[in-house]
Design a protein around this ligand. Structure first.
Ligand code: FAD
Length: 294
């Protein structure tokens, strides 16, 4: 099923993200974690794509397994980074053959050793170019893209970022998933601005449950997210106690989701980081809410 059909149902829903193993020997443990998350019957599951290229083949296998074994709709990611026209055409054919209907088209995180490289020769420099290719392939994928309530770190201004986002939607992106954020007001503000700019596609709120203190640093470095004082206090207080930090981080994420649902957002994507226990705890805390129509 195309994800846009799920979003049209106007029901509160959670979806979860998993990432493929970095090395082949970790495949089985990732597969097990993925299957445990799939048993929660989320609205869908996304499978990221290693822009470095190394383990990208596993994205397809995992996305296929989620659909075929568990009947959970999957969203396979694909990046411009490390993709030639040939690799993209091969992925399109493989996704089609595997029955994948939903593709998240991304520029990709640029690996450190490529940061200063000349990108003029890349087949696709921006997600919108990859989206156009996917559209023109005739494969009829439902295509998603990323958006940034706190502005993409490479954009000079939010205005410019939103103009680029609009181009991405016009290229054929049918829904957007946000980068993680820890202050819901940033999302509400962003939604107001993009709707005003004429971007009308569904926006799925991306929530990252922070379950250990180290993850905080990584999250800020990667996304540049603003940490509200309420969140900082929680990390200060519980960061050195792993069990307490995990519990507090899950509660914070759950609280964020409840506020989002209460303010008109129906679809939330949880960056569950291959952690079935985290996914399960969030979902079970929201069971009555998820059972209700929006
Ligand atoms: P783009 O849409 O191409 O935007 C990147 C920057 O370029 C922005 O500043 C934008 O404003 C600007 N821009 C866009 N078009 C143009 C143009 N025509 N001219 C000039 N500037 C332009 N990374 C992975 O490697 N693998 C994954 O699986 C993955 N999944 C993700 C899922 C989500 C929901 C999110 C939010 C991010 C994900 N990422 C992933 C990270 C993502 O690849 C990075 O954030 C990357 O830096 C930008 O990707 P993008 O698709 O948003 O790029």
């Amino acid at each position: 099923m195309k994800l846009t059909e799920i979003f049209k149902q106007n029901k509160y829903s959670l979806s979860f993200e998993v990432f493929p193993p970095k090395t082949d020997d970790l495949y089985d443990s990732v597969k097990t974690a993925t299957e445990q998350i799939a048993r929660l019957s989320p609205a869908f599951m996304s499978v990221t794509y290693g822009a470095g290229g190394g383990t990208s083949k596993h994205t397809l296998n995992i996305a296929k397994n989620i659909r075929e074994e568990f009947g959970v709709e999957s969203l396979a990611h694909l990046t411009c980074v490390s993709s030639t026209r040939e690799t993209v055409n091969k992925r399109i054919a493989d996704f089609k053959a595997a029955g994948i209907e939903n593709v998240m088209a991304l520029r990709g995180d640029i690996p450190a050793d490529m940061k200063n490289a000349d990108r003029s020769g890349w087949a696709y420099r921006h997600a919108s170019e990859l989206i156009r290719e996917l559209k023109e392939s005739g494969a009829q994928f439902c295509i998603g893209g990323a958006c940034y309530p706190e502005v993409h770190p490479e954009s000079a201004t939010q205005r410019e970022d939103i103009l680029r986002l609009k181009e991405k939607v016009e290229a054929g992106c049918e829904f957007l998933t946000t980068q993680m954020f820890f202050d819901n007001n940033l999302l509400y503000n962003f939604l107001y601005k993009i709707r005003e700019a004429g971007i009308t596609v569904p926006v799925i709120a991306g929530i990252m449950p922070i379950t250990n203190a180290k993850q905080v640093e990584r999250a800020i470095k990667l996304s540049g997210s603003f940490m509200p004082q309420r969140f900082k206090s929680l990390v200060d207080k519980f960061g050195s106690d792993p069990a307490a930090m995990k519990q507090a981080g899950i509660a914070y994420a759950t609280d964020q989701i409840i506020d989002l649902f209460a303010n008109g957002i129906t679809n939330v994507h949880v960056y569950s980081m291959n952690k079935p226990d985290v996914a399960e705890k969030i979902q079970s805390s929201l069971s009555d809410i998820l059972g209700k129509n929006a």
